[in-house]
Design a protein around this ligand. Structure first.
Ligand code: CMC
Length: 431
């Protein structure tokens, strides 16, 4: 069958461009030869319409609200899988056999402790430092403790070793960031605990007083991390791929992704949502006032946890998290006024013409903070939780990017709109 082609008419000169098909029927016009053939480039602010790669990791249909990792719907993974198994799926491209799963878990257990020198680094960090700043710095520094990661010719086995180190150590670093912030001693990892239980132990145990790990809480944490594990070419993942494309090591590439995630329009939205709900609660003004400000074209305020570049329907992750939220609130028998405000805010927004016409729905960050809060995780650590969850996705994309043939550095172009050629003016003649 002849390959479909697009025709571009540039002032009478017709250029033919190949069309590529994804396995789910997505179509792309391949413009990689356009500049060579015509001297034109394409322009796409925020890359809203630009595919940067071919990828086999995650599929999203934003109109239908579908999200699948390596073909498996997240709703199935949420019920049947664990974060460790889902990480293996994303990084290695398939569900592990029992033996593969055991070996992966052993590697994570082995790498959980931090080197004594990493712990000393915490001493010099100012108390006010945001956890995301510490996380990105610490992850970048890990490359110094694992220098084999710096060799751009490293083999698959070495990359997998670094991936396990990263997945395991980030969990310990995150718990230690929290311990440092509250002035408590670090709690070492416990080899007998599962990935999530071990994290909760390092976060909440105290010397000689073990935190009683609750299986429902472990389950809820697994669920949240699974739902955050990958989301194809989002801002942070695209950053990891771009940084890695210059043959930067895995640790530094992921450190860059952590910085990209931090922003309030990306992973930082979960912290923003909680702060927004608390502000509404304290003000006593009700949700309508916030809706009014968030829909005012003159106001920079947005409804945090709403809207998405890709989803033009309810975010499938938000759906699962909302249900889990209700289950956990019931289990703990707590009355959470912030959950009530969130439910009212969602209902008010979904009825409002502003949100309806723009297809803005709750996203993954709208309800996740309420679960984190119930678990006892402080608000300024929410985005760190997102980062732990997103690690397998970043690693899978970094690996996929490295395997792309031919290897190419990521390097967008631009349309220059600055000064035309100008002369250098001596200081005395400048105005
Ligand atoms: N509240 C109010 N207005 C909004 C919102 C919102 N949450 N989101 C989008 N809009 C408006 C925006 O002002 C624009 O209006 P107009 O057409 O009048 O100019 C229109 O909707 C389209 O917005 P956009 O900025 O062009 O859309 P985008 O695809 O570039 O942005 C987004 C996506 C996620 C950055 C944006 O929806 C947003 O800022 N949401 C709030 C922050 C948030 O919850 N982020 C988490 C995203 S999910 C987790 C993750 O993967 O990062």
């Amino acid at each position: 069958m002849a390959q479909e082609r697009a025709k571009l008419d540039l002032n009478g000169t017709v250029v033919e461009l190949p069309i590529l098909d994804g396995v789910e029927g997505e179509k792309a016009i391949d413009i990689s030869e356009l500049r060579a053939k015509t001297s034109y480039i394409t322009l796409d602010h925020g890359y809203a319409n630009t595919g940067s790669c071919l990828s086999g990791v995650t599929f999203i249909d934003g109109e239908k609200g579908i999200l699948r990792y390596r073909g498996i719907p997240i709703e199935e993974l949420a019920v049947h899988s664990t974060f460790v198994e889902t990480s293996y799926l994303l990084i290695h491209g398939k569900l592990p056999t029992q033996a593969e799963r055991d070996e992966f878990s052993r590697a994570l257990t082995k790498h959980a402790p931090l080197h004594e020198d990493v712990k000393h680094i915490f001493d010099g960090i100012p108390d006010e430092t945001h956890p995301m700043a510490i996380l990105s710095a610490m992850v970048s520094i890990l490359s110094g403790f694992h220098p084999a990661s710096l060799d751009p010719r490293q083999d698959e086995a070495q990359i997998n070793e670094n991936a396990s180190q990263l997945l395991s150590k980030v969990r310990t670093i995150a718990a230690y960031i929290y311990k440092k912030s509250i002035g408590e001693p670090f709690i070492p990892p416990d080899d007998h605990l599962s990935y999530c239980a071990n994290f909760l132990h390092m976060m909440f145990s105290k010397p000689k007083k073990d935190y009683p790990v609750d299986e429902d809480v472990v389950r809820a944490l697994n669920l949240l991390l699974i739902l955050h594990a990958d989301h194809e070419q989002n801002c942070s993942t695209a950053t990891v791929r771009l940084v890695g494309s210059s043959r930067t090591n895995l640790f530094a590439s992921v450190a860059a992704g952590i910085c990209a995630l931090w922003g309030p329009w990306h992973g930082g939205a979960n912290q923003e949502v909680m702060e927004m709900l608390e502000r509404i609660h304290k003000s006593g003004k009700g949700v309508q006032e916030h809706i009014r400000v968030a829909t005012d074209p003159k106001s920079p305020v947005r409804l945090s946890g709403f809207g998405h570049r890709v989803y033009k329907t309810y975010d499938p992750r938000a759906k699962v998290i909302k249900e889990a939220c209700h289950r956990l609130v019931e289990k703990f028998g707590v009355h959470d006024p912030l959950l009530e405000i969130a439910l009212k805010l969602e209902a008010a927004a979904l009825k409002h013409e502003f949100f309806i016409s723009r297809k803005l729905y709750p996203n993954v960050d709208f309800y996740s903070g309420i679960i984190y809060k119930l678990i006892g995780i402080p608000t300024n650590m929410f985005t760190v939780m997102f980062a732990i969850g997103r690690l397998p996705g970043w690693i899978a994309h970094w690996k996929e990017m490295r395997e792309t043939k031919p290897p190419r550095i990521g390097r967008p172009r631009q349309i220059y709109i600055g000064n035309r050629k100008a002369d250098y003016v001596d200081m005395k003649d400048r105005k």
